[in-house]
Design a protein around this ligand. Structure first.
Ligand SMILES: Cc1cc2nc3c(=O)[nH]c(=O)nc-3n(C[C@H](O)[C@H](O)[C@H](O)COP(=O)(O)OP(=O)(O)OC[C@H]3O[C@@H](n4cnc5c(N)ncnc54)[C@H](O)[C@@H]3O)c2cc1C
Length: 294
C-alpha cells in the first residue's frame, strides 16, 4: 500500500528539528530509522502531515563508563550491538539488542525511535526498565529527563508530548559484581517476542544485593516484577530460589490473549523464562555455582 500524502522536511540541525516540531505540533512526526513509522504509514495506520527527518543529526553517540551507559537517540541498533565497550560493560544489553528483528532492521533502526515507538515487547523498552534508564527529551520550550517508570503509558503511548524529541538514553549499571540475562520466546527468529524476560542480579558476598526482573509482552507495556525482586533481595542464590521468584513473578499476572498465545501459555512462558534468566544471570556474576562449597 502507499501512504497518504505528506510534506517532507529534512532537519538541518537540532534547533531546526525542534522549531519544526513546535510549528507543526500534532500534525508532525519525526522520522529516524523509519523501520516502524514507514511500515505504519504504508499500512495507513499512521498519517502524519509533516515528516521531519532527523536521521542525519549528530545524535548517534555511544558512551560507556564503569557504572553507566549513554546511548544517543540516533544510535543504530547495530552500532550498539557492535560496540565492544557495551558488550564488556553490559552483556545483557548486547544480548537483548541482538534479538531485534533482522540485520537490515538493526542497521537502520535507532534506539530513540524504538523507545518513542513503545512497542510493548521492544527490547530497548525492557532495557530501559531493567537498567534504571532515563530518557533525555527536549522541546523548543525546554528539556526534561523522564525516568523509565514514568515513560511508558500503554502500547505505543508514552509520556512524550507532541513537541518533544528524545535526545538520548541513560542507563545505570548495577554495582559489581553483577550478571544479567535477556531471554525471549518468539515464533521465528527476528519476530517480535511473545514473551521476554530481562533480569539482573548484583551480589554482596554470597547474598543478592540488587535484583531486577522485567517482563515484556504480558500486556501493553513492559513491567517490573517487584514482588519477585523483593523475594530475591538478601538471599543466597539457589535454583530453588530462582523457581520461587519465577512463580512469584507470575502470581496474579494478567496476560493478554491473542492468536499467538493464550494467557495461560504466556504466563507459563514468563515463569520458565524468569527461572532460566535468573540462573543465567547468577552464573554471569562470576560467583561459584549455586550449591557449591564456598
Ligand atoms: C520486520 C520488522 C521486525 C522488527 N522486529 C523488531 C523486534 O524484534 N524488536 C524491536 O524492538 N523492534 C523491531 N522492529 C522495529 C525496529 O526496532 C525499529 O527500528 C524501531 O521500532 C523504531 O526505530 P526507528 O529509528 O526505525 O524509528 P522510526 O520508525 O523512524 O520512528 C518510530 C516512531 O518514533 C518516533 N521517533 C523516532 N525518533 C524519535 C526521537 N528521537 N524522539 C521522539 N520521537 C522519535 C517517530 O516519530 C515515530 O513515531 C522491527 C521492525 C520491522 C520492520
Amino acid at each position: 500500500m502507499r501512504p497518504y500524502p505528506f510534506q517532507y522536511l529534512r532537519a538541518e540541525s537540532l534547533e531546526h528539528a525542534l522549531e519544526s516540531l513546535a510549528e507543526h505540533g500534532e500534525d508532525a512526526r519525526l522520522l529516524a530509522g523509519g523501520q516502524s513509522l514507514v511500515p505504519m504509514m504504508n499500512l495507513r495506520l499512521a498519517r502524519p502531515e509533516v515528516l521531519i527527518d532527523i536521521d542525519r543529526l549528530a545524535l548517534g553517540e555511544v558512551r560507556v563508563a564503569a557504572d553507566r551507559i549513554h546511548i544517543g537517540a540516533l544510535a543504530r541498533h547495530a552500532a550498539v550491538l557492535d560496540n565492544a565497550g557495551v558488550a564488556a560493560a553490559a552483556p545483557v544489553m548486547s544480548e537483548a539488542i541482538a534479538r531485534i528483528g533482522h540485520p537490515s532492521i538493526r542497521r537502520r533502526g535507532t534506539a530513540g525511535g524504538s523507545i518513542a515507538h513503545a512497542d510493548p515487547t521492544a527490547e530497548w523498552s525492557a532495557l530501559l526498565l531493567l537498567l534504571d534508564g532515563v530518557v533525555a527529551a527536549r522541546a523548543k520550550t525546554g528539556a526534561r529527563r523522564i525516568a523509565a517508570d514514568d515513560f511508558f503509558d500503554s502500547a505505543f503511548e508514552t509520556a512524550l508530548t507532541p513537541g518533544e524529541m528524545i535526545l538520548g538514553l541513560d542507563f545505570q549499571l548495577p554495582r559489581a559484581p553483577w550478571g544479567g540475562a535477556f531471554l525471549e520466546f518468539a515464533e521465528r527468529d527476528g519476530d517480535f517476542a511473545i514473551a521476554a524476560v530481562a533480569v539482573t542480579l548484583g551480589l554482596t558476598g554470597a547474598r543478592i544485593a540488587s535484583a531486577r526482573v522485567v517482563l515484556s509482552g504480558a500486556d501493553t507495556r513492559p513491567r517490573r516484577a517487584r514482588a519477585a525482586e523483593d523475594l530475591l533481595l538478601g538471599q543466597a542464590f539457589t535454583g530453588e530460589l530462582a523457581r520461587a521468584a519465577a512463580a512469584t513473578a507470575v502470581e496474579g499476572l494478567d496476560c493478554l490473549e491473542d492468536l499467538r498465545a493464550t494467557a495461560a501459555y504466556r504466563r507459563h512462558l514468563f515463569e520458565v523464562l524468569t527461572a532460566d534468566a535468573l540462573e543465567a544471570a547468577y552464573r554471569r556474576t562470576g560467583a561459584a555455582p549455586s550449591g557449591a562449597a564456598p
